[in-house]
Design a protein around this ligand. Structure first.
Ligand SMILES: Nc1nc2c(ncn2[C@@H]2O[C@H](COP(=O)(O)OP(=O)(O)O)[C@@H](O)[C@H]2O)c(=O)[nH]1
Ligand SMILES: [Mg+2]
Length: 256
């Protein structure tokens, strides 16, 4: 049922990007030219785990969001900076009253320190390496909200990490932001897929529920650790979404 019929043909219309100083797999065009199995595992990370799932598990929720390669190529264009659609770091803010007054829609990335928020944003901006997104070696690096503009389409906010080492940032910054930011259209709650839901993740989840705004759980580090534990963590997150949430998108997104 969950077969990914990836059509890895050459796409004549694929967009060629102007900026060449990028990772060799930064563009989808390059990923689609990999051997089929490898490309599939990049584009649809769940396809790697699906064969290990027990037959009794209903897979339908795992492919609700299942864009075609063509859809992804269209979406990728959003992340290429052009003179009329400039992607840039805009500003940082340590408190809500310093947050910029931007009218365009906003999405934010929240999660424990070191879960991979900045890495994910950096990956989204991989075709614009001139936009600096700091990825830390040590936890708790991002103490501020960092605002990045994706043209006039939307803004991405890299939020300060929280956890036992930074509960203050959660209360002082993340919570007020989630409750009061009027142009916030989607929250991405990042959870480390290699360790599963931690107490701080449950607190964040409850907070997202309290705001009543739509959010998505993203499982990061799905390349770390064995398939069994990753699959266990994925299924347990999926069960929590099903049984304890009302505003969360039913399908966790996987990042590796
Ligand atoms: N293996 C693996 N490491 C990751 C992944 N995402 C982030 N990391 C690493 O985790 C560390 C923290 O990442 P960072 O993006 O700074 O986390 P943040 O504190 O949430 O912004 C860095 O060393 C990253 O290289 C991932 O998907 N897989
Ligand atoms: Mg960070």
């Amino acid at each position: 049922m969950f077969s990914h019929h990836l059509r890895l043909r050459t796409l004549p219309e694929v967009w060629t990007f102007a900026c060449m100083n990028v990772h060799k797999l930064a563009s989808l065009q390059n990923v689609t030219s990999l051997p089929q199995k490898k490309a599939q595992s990049f584009l649809y990370p769940f396809s790697n785990m699906e064969p290990y799932l027990d037959r009794s598990v209903d897979r339908s929720d795992f492919c609700l969001f299942h864009p075609s390669v063509e859809d992804m190529l269209r979406a990728e264009k959003l992340f290429c900076s052009t003179p009329s659609h400039r992607i840039d770091y805009y500003t940082s803010a340590e408190r809500m009253d310093h947050a910029p007054d931007i009218k365009q829609p906003e999405v934010c990335f929240i999660g424990r320190s070191n879960v991979g928020k900045s890495s994910l944003i950096k990956a989204l901006f991989s075709l614009t390496p001139e936009v600096e997104v700091r990825v830390s070696k040590t936890p708790g690096h991002t103490k501020k909200m960092n605002f990045f503009r994706v043209g006039r389409s939307f803004t991405i906010v890299d939020m300060p990490g929280y956890g036992h080492r930074a509960p203050k940032d959660f209360v002082d910054i993340v919570e007020p932001y989630l409750f009061t930011r009027t142009n916030l259209v989607r929250t991405f709650l990042l959870v480390d897929g290699s360790v599963g839901l931690q107490p701080a993740d449950h607190i964040a989840l409850e907070m997202c529920e309290e705001t009543g705004r739509p959010y998505v759980i993203v499982l990061t580090k799905m390349d770390k650790g064995g398939t069994r534990i990753l699959l266990q963590n994925l299924l347990s997150v999926h069960n929590v979404i099903k049984s304890e949430t009302t505003s969360c998108f039913p399908q966790p997104f996987l990042v590796r």
